[in-house]
Design a protein around this ligand. Structure first.
Ligand code: PGA
Length: 264
């Protein structure tokens, strides 16, 4: 794993945007895996700025989002489809038909078929080139909650109690937070060619330490990322504060600059 520790949220976002930009400049028809939540907002803002200011072209890009709440239509203000439209897709020259977010409006009984089709659509594009991830306070990636299998695929999942509490800030009461979601699996995520995990703030420090330095265990779904050969983790100081080997990561970060290559 490549661990980059930045001074603040803005620097995390700028570094992440620079990685996405490099991917798109090398491969204009790249397939991006995208995440929702507070963490990638700065990344999306920066990508919009680069699109407007430097002509970053999304016309051949395809995207797949990690997850969606069950029971919300794409028009619902709390749906992840709305989030992506408002925070990224409406502000860049992407073709909406190439943006894929699992459809949360289907009845639960149709979820399996929809999830199989979502996976088939990923395969038809040739697979995800760069997958952006956030991390939950409980160590989840997408809505793969503790206990999720490392081989899991896109499927209907029940949210963890901690996730419901964490997400209650977007609803008028905790009772309104959906209890189920459609989520890419850990096995699906691990098939991306490259992965970018972003985490900021001290409320993520414990999950980050467990994901990066703890044992690979299904109790910390993000620890499965240790099994992938090309993962970059970009943290601010607060999210990195519980890492045992922080000084080594900083040393490697400097060494990378000297030799001009990425060290995973
Ligand atoms: P956040 O969520 O970016 O809103 O903190 C991340 C997650 O739960 O995966």
């Amino acid at each position: 794993m490549r661990i980059l520790i930045k001074d603040n949220y803005r620097d995390v976002s700028v570094e992440a945007a620079s990685m996405v930009t490099t991917t798109l400049r090398q491969k204009p028809g790249a397939v991006l895996g995208l995440a929702t939540g507070s963490t990638p907002l700065g990344l999306y803002e920066e990508l919009v700025r680069i699109h407007r200011g430097e002509g970053l072209d999304f016309s051949d890009v395809t995207t797949f989002n990690l997850d969606e709440y069950l029971g919300l239509t794409g028009e619902h203000p709390q749906s992840y489809r709305s989030f992506m439209d408002e925070n990224l897709f409406n502000h860049i020259n992407i073709r909406k038909e190439r943006t894929h977010v699992p459809d949360g409006s289907l009845p639960a009984g149709d979820a399996e078929e929809m999830c199989l089709e979502f996976e088939a659509a990923i395969r038809r594009t040739g697979g995800i080139d760069l997958q952006v991830l956030g991390i939950g306070g409980n160590g989840h990636i997408a809505f793969n909650e503790p206990g999720s299998s490392t081989s899991s695929r896109t499927r209907l999942v029940a949210l963890d109690e901690r996730t419901i509490k964490d997400n209650a800030r977007f609803y008028s009461s905790e009772d309104e937070v959906p209890r189920f979601a459609l989520s890419m699996g850990i096995g699906t995520i691990l098939e991306a060619r490259e992965i970018l995990l972003l985490a900021t703030g001290e409320q993520k420090a414990q999950a980050v330490a467990a994901a990066v330095e703890g044992p690979v265990t299904n109790q910390v779904p993000s620890s499965a990322l240790q099994l992938h050969p090309r993962v970059t983790v970009i943290l601010d100081e607060a999210a990195a504060s519980l890492l045992q080997n922080a000084s080594r990561y900083r040393f490697i970060q400097k060494a990378e600059k000297q030799v001009g290559v990425q060290l995973f």
